[in-house]
Ligand binder design. Sequence first.
Ligand SMILES: Cc1cc2nc3c(=O)[nH]c(=O)nc-3n(C[C@H](O)[C@H](O)[C@H](O)COP(=O)(O)OP(=O)(O)OC[C@H]3O[C@@H](n4cnc5c(N)ncnc54)[C@H](O)[C@@H]3O)c2cc1C
Length: 392
Amino acid sequence: MDFPGVDYLSIDSQFSAQELLVRQTARRFVDERVLPTIRDCYRDARFPSELIPEMAELGFLGANLGAESEQYGCAAMNNVEYGLVMQELERGDSGLRSFASVQGALVMYPILHFGSEEQKKKWLPLLQAGKAVGCFGLTEPDFGSNPAGMRTRAVRDGEGWILNGEKTWITNGSAADVAIVWARTGDGIQGFLIERGAPGFAASDIHDKWSMRASVTSSLSMVDCRLPASAALPGAKGLKSALACLTQARFGIGWGVIGAAMDCYETARSYTVTRTQFDGKPLAGHQLVQEKLAWMITEITKAQLLALHCGRLKDQGRLEAAHVSMLKRNNVSAAIECARLSRDLLGANGITGEYPVMRHLCNLETVKTYEGTDHIHALVIGERVTGIPAYR
Ligand SMILES: Cc1cc2nc3c(=O)[nH]c(=O)nc-3n(C[C@H](O)[C@H](O)[C@H](O)COP(=O)(O)OP(=O)(O)OC[C@H]3O[C@@H](n4cnc5c(N)ncnc54)[C@H](O)[C@@H]3O)c2cc1C
């Protein structure tokens, strides 16, 4: 019998040949280069940085930054192609997708949209080629969901700037050659490029994480950190510029988590059709098990449709930040539940590293929190449908 796999509704028929080719390329990369080692990386709390040049070579870094980005070497994929790359990377591990999200959406995107020509020419070719790594510092120890309260300050020092403050939970932080750091100035919140080795700037890693173990997470400290005038992103205007980067990144997350959910579903399906209990009957032959599998494939299918529609809207320039909140919130929530159900269906085996589900489940707990928590996206959607902000 021919089973539908993860494409229950023939959604593949909605993708162009080029989109399917990009997905196939990313799928092969993950199968051949990520899956053989990711379990060890996760156990050893190591980001597989040796894969950066290969991801760059395949055009995965800053892949959906539009036609303007081509002059800096970027792939200029459409948003569905990019989404499918994110999906495949996160089928491998959320840490790998996080790396690509930060590099492309949180570092290259602001440089392209808010940077000077000099900043673009210097950094975009290096970042897309994986010869430089970037990070994005918005969150502070006392300001996560509410970055508007940030304490990091930048004050004028002649022509240049002096920054003081601390950022935390920063993906790629200690691995970064360049950090985009957001700070309060006399004219509102502004973005700055801080290069590795800048005086007064330091990064230190956060250890003992039980989630996103194959990803670098760091704190950044700025103590009288002196920057030239050219370090400011001239086009960044207030917190809304930082939030525009987050919208870009959340779009990729909405696609990425589908890959983790697919991996959990496929693991549970193949496990339950082969494992027998009670008189040699496969687990999948029990109604309660089938109900779980039915729930998972239904939610994965809905998540794919939501992502695909958002991708098409984005290509048409019609995707709103509040649409992206629905995409991120719904798809992360569905993926976490798929991971939990998969873990359940695998019984005791589900808690081991032999299967990917516990790793995905632990990773997805981070994905639920970062880039706007589930609650905050509910409030964004709530404001969009009522006109009433309810954050305070
Ligand atoms: C592995 C990892 C990587 C990360 N990478 C980055 C990065 O690269 N750059 C970066 O800047 N940040 C990064 N973050 C930080 C992340 O974006 C924040 O953790 C997130 O914004 C939430 O902030 P918080 O942890 O301070 O939680 P809090 O804001 O303290 O929230 C705690 C809880 O309270 C709820 N809550 C808060 N306010 C409200 C409200 N008004 N109404 C209802 N509920 C509310 C939240 O939903 C949550 O459940 C990362 C985090 C992790 C774990």
